[in-house]
Design a protein. Structure first.
Length: 355
């Protein structure tokens, strides 16, 4: 059992808000992904946002902390620091994490881990629900080829992950530490080596996902397709390393349902949203650089005014009534949420009164 439900959703635990949405009420998002900075210290070959150009911009500390207060007041329950660049490059990321948690919002972090110094880890881990490391190679040479960094960064990141696990254990912290490995033709043969290395760092889980083409502007194109039979064999081998305290999560649904959609329109962006490093609140990651999908900017308007504003209402109507989701990037963040909401609003099961 995947207790993290990484490939699924958790809307069933937020039914009052789902019911309000079904009644046509204006609801605020449960979850938001925050991009503190546009820059990054890695240049991963599969980066979804390389076409943006890694802009040297960052969220203003004072403005972001004011945004967090607003988000808490309207019912945002969780935020994930991730996005366009490397969150730990933001000079105020420590304050962002601690202040967000202290406001009552749960906090997650995606990072490549290179900048997670021991003192920083000690400071922020007690305030995180989880930290997930992007780690995509099984040797220092393979890692360097994928992340486009010097080979010695591989060992530094492994050491930082191990130290984070030690800090968690010593402090009996309630934070889950995991790794995400994007399976590519360039690193598929190194997956098992990576699993073995990361298991020794005493992390909680190791998740394996397929590459997702987020935008046609994205540079990376897989030179060859991974063989489905070979993938299944290697996923099974990776899962064999699971133990009581270490879970290998092969995201099979993402592999098997890649690009498949059972819904026509997008309902999920009422429940999840994004804030990029320019201060734009937008529908979702693939479209946050497109003005037609940007609700507003926190430097110009309050969060509440943006969310109940005329522009967001027009975008929401377009997403829920007109957009053709078959043309959207595959395996998007709201995908599993959309499946759930579509089935509720458009039931195709007969005899639904016979529960």
């Amino acid at each position: 059992m995947d207790k993290y439900k990484i490939d699924s959703h958790k809307l069933i635990y937020h039914l009052p808000r789902v019911c309000d949405w079904l009644k046509g009420k204006n609801i605020y998002p449960i979850y938001m992904e925050i991009s503190p900075v546009g820059s990054c210290n890695h240049r991963c070959v599969f980066c979804a946002y390389d076409f943006i150009g890694y802009p040297n911009r960052k969220l203003d500390c004072k403005k972001f902390l004011a945004f967090i207060d607003e988000a808490k007041d309207v019912g945002v329950k969780s935020i994930l620091f991730a996005g366009e660049g490397e969150p730990l490059l933001h000079p105020d990321i420590e304050e962002f994490i601690i202040s967000s948690k202290n406001s009552g919002i749960d906090v997650g972090l995606f990072t490549n881990g290179q900048l997670l110094r021991e003192d920083l880890a000690k400071s922020i881990l007690p305030f995180l629900t989880f930290v997930r490391f992007s780690f995509n190679g099984g040797t220092k040479e393979n890692y360097a080829d994928i992340h486009k960094v010097k080979p010695e960064i591989f060992e530094r990141v492994v050491a930082n992950i191990k130290k984070a696990s030690e800090i968690k254990e010593r402090g009996s912290l309630d934070v889950d530490i995991g790794v995400q490995y994007v399976l590519l033709p360039e690193n598929v043969d190194y997956l098992i080596k990576a699993v073995k290395i990361l298991k020794d760092t005493r992390i909680d889980y190791f998740a394996i996902k397929p590459f997702v083409q987020q935008s046609h502007l994205q540079s990376y194109r897989a030179g060859e397709q991974l063989d489905s039979n070979n993938i299944e064999d290697i996923l099974n081998e990776a899962e064999s390393f699971s133990s009581e305290n270490f879970m290998v999560i092969a995201r099979r649904e993402s592999f098997e349902d890649y690009g498949k959609r059972t819904y026509k329109h997008c309902y999920g962006t009422s429940f999840v949203s994004v804030l990029n490093s320019a201060g734009d609140i937008a529908t979702c990651l693939p479209y946050w650089d497109k003005e037609d999908f940007v609700f507003g900017n926190i430097y110009k308007h309050a969060f509440k005014d943006i969310w109940i504003g005329e522009k967001r209402e027009k975008i929401k109507h377009y997403l829920e009534e007109d957009i053709n989701t078959q043309k959207c990037p595959p395996n998007c963040r709201p995908n599993s949420i959309n499946k759930f909401l579509w089935e509720i609003k458009n039931p195709c099961v007969k005899h639904i009164t016979f529960v």
